[in-house]
Design a protein around this ligand. Structure first.
Ligand code: SAH
Length: 364
């Protein structure tokens, strides 16, 4: 069978070395051989676990976040609850269940818009939401979901969007590319032959052009039609020079060039850049929060206590473990243990929404 690696090698033979952003886009989104196009990668038996797959509490708290935002917006009818890159649909199913319990009137006032490029995951999401009593539509592109007031949620989406990598030198930018080595294997290189002595100040920069466009579209829409957006992902606010491209397969790091299309490829999100773009597009931007602080402010500990009251001792232990995994502040990389500090929550909104739940000043 022809693999994506065969396909990429013949493309390079035909056209020459390909820019990193094209490699990343093919690996994740090739229509028939791309990583997300062919599989459901989540969970213990898959390649990696995301927060909504760790615990139902994650989606429930985000549902309550959305409900509070909707109330703060003045409870407008016709609001779109939009999720971009919903994976298995677990987060949305948990969120809608929590909304149903806390603010039932909201469910008849909103419609759900799922933005997903993968047909496999779209089918999975449709099955997961088949029992819920709310109008839901699927779109392949965010622009289709941006009409009227919206509440937007995206977990681990931005890290999966392709980035351009360039070596920034005094004499201009040089693109990082994927080409063929002496034995015909995929290797990283640069568009120009480099003599490091010639460029003492050269530094590798990642330009998340696809995330930039998405953030600008969302922020401009919110500033015009109202609502708020919440992006949770791994990354930092400032100072992220260097190569952050990483590949994960079966819960471990692998060489990003080893098995194109068979491993998850991500880069760290540059939150400061995204926040500046959102502000420039007219949105009110909240200070960046760690995932740990965000979830605790939304009441993770209280929700865990409620669930534990009705739980067996095994189940209670699993709930404690989930809380710890979601909030613990040790940095062990994306597929490591503690997500509390490495992962961040970023939110912005129409300027009339002053505070957003979960982004208050840190508790003393
Ligand atoms: N939010 C889910 C899944 C994260 S993985 C969770 O937390 O479990 C990334 C998701 O984004 C997948 O569903 C993938 O198919 C989707 N995706 C990737 N690129 C996309 C794009 N440009 N537009 C919409 N969805 C995209």
């Amino acid at each position: 069978m022809r693999t994506l690696k065969d396909e990429i090698i013949s493309l390079i033979h035909l056209e020459g070395p390909m820019p990193v952003e094209r490699y990343m886009a093919l690996c994740l989104g090739h229509p028939t051989l791309g990583y997300y196009m062919t599989r459901d990668p989540f969970g213990a038996e898959g390649d990696f676990i995301t927060a909504p797959e760790i615990s139902q509490m994650f989606g429930e708290l985000i549902g309550l976040w959305a409900a509070q935002v909707w109330i703060d917006m003045g409870s407008p009818p016709g609001t779109g609850l939009v999720e971009i890159g919903p994976g298995r649909g677990t987060l949305m199913a948990d969120a809608l269940r929590a909304i149903h319990q806390a603010v039932p009137a909201m469910l008849s006032a909103i419609d759900v818009r799922m933005v997903e490029t993968s047909p496999v995951l779209r089918a999975r999401q449709q099955a997961n939401l088949s029992g819920v009593d709310v109008a839901a539509l699927w779109h392949a592109d965010i622009t289709m979901a941006l009409h009227g007031p919206v509440i937007i949620i995206a977990n681990e989406l931005l890290d999966a969007l392709p980035v351009r990598q360039v070596l920034r030198t005094e004499k201009g930018d040089i693109r990082r590319v994927v080409g063929l080595g002496a034995t015909g294997e995929l290797v990283f290189g640069f568009e120009a032959n480099l003599r490091s002595a010639d460029m003492p100040t050269a530094v590798l920069i990642e330009e998340p052009f696809a995330a930039d466009i998405l953030i600008e579209q969302v922020a401009a829409h919110l500033a015009q039609d109202g609502g708020a957006a919440l992006f949770i992902d791994y990354g930092a606010e400032q100072g992220m020079e260097g190569d952050t491209l990483q590949a994960v397969r079966q819960h471990g790091f692998v060489d990003p060039l080893a098995d194109p299309g068979l491993a998850d490829l991500t880069t760290q999100v540059r939150f400061g850049r995204a926040m500046a773009l959102a502000r420039a597009a007219g949105a009110r931007v909240q200070p960046l929060a760690s995932q740990g602080d965000f979830l605790m402010q939304l009441g993770l500990a209280e929700r865990a206590a409620v669930l534990k009251r009705r739980a067996t001792s095994d189940r209670a232990r699993a709930i404690d473990e989930a809380v710890s995994r979601l909030t613990r502040m040790d940095e062990r990389g994306k597929s490591g243990a503690g997500m509390g500090a490495l992962f961040k929550a970023m939110a912005f909104s129409h300027p009339s929404l002053e505070a957003l739940p979960g982004f208050g000043p840190p508790a003393t």
